[in-house]
Write a protein of this length. Structure first.
Length: 108
């Protein structure tokens, strides 16, 4: 009796070898993308929306001694918190048009 290997396993061996190569290549691509994103410079700011200027927003300037405390996105508006000697204000601005939607004044 001779010790011969069946021919039907050759296809299976080829498939396993091919899938092993795919696993190695996929891992290399994932590691490469992670390294590229770690060392990539930040993207420039988008210029799709118009620049928000104080005059376009209806805000001529902050009162003397006031400063911006925080800025946050709130749905489809931008909320800007300010504080100063007269108290704080919250401006809600539309980023698409640059118009002032609402200004709320808080007591000092």
């Amino acid at each position: 009796m001779s010790q011969s290997r069946p021919d039907h396993l050759k296809g299976l061996k080829a498939l396993v070898a091919f899938l092993g190569v795919l696993v190695v290549l996929g891992t290399a691509v994932v590691v490469g993308v992670v390294i590229k994103r770690l060392y990539a410079s930040p993207a420039p700011p988008s210029t799709s929306a118009p620049a928000l200027t104080p005059s376009a927003a209806g805000v001529t300037g902050l009162p003397a001694g006031s400063r911006i405390e925080g800025i946050a996105g709130a749905g489809n508006v931008i909320a800007i918190w300010t504080s100063g000697p007269q108290g704080g204000e919250v401006y809600l601005l539309d980023p698409q048009t640059g118009r002032l939607n609402l200004a709320v004044t808080a007591p000092p």
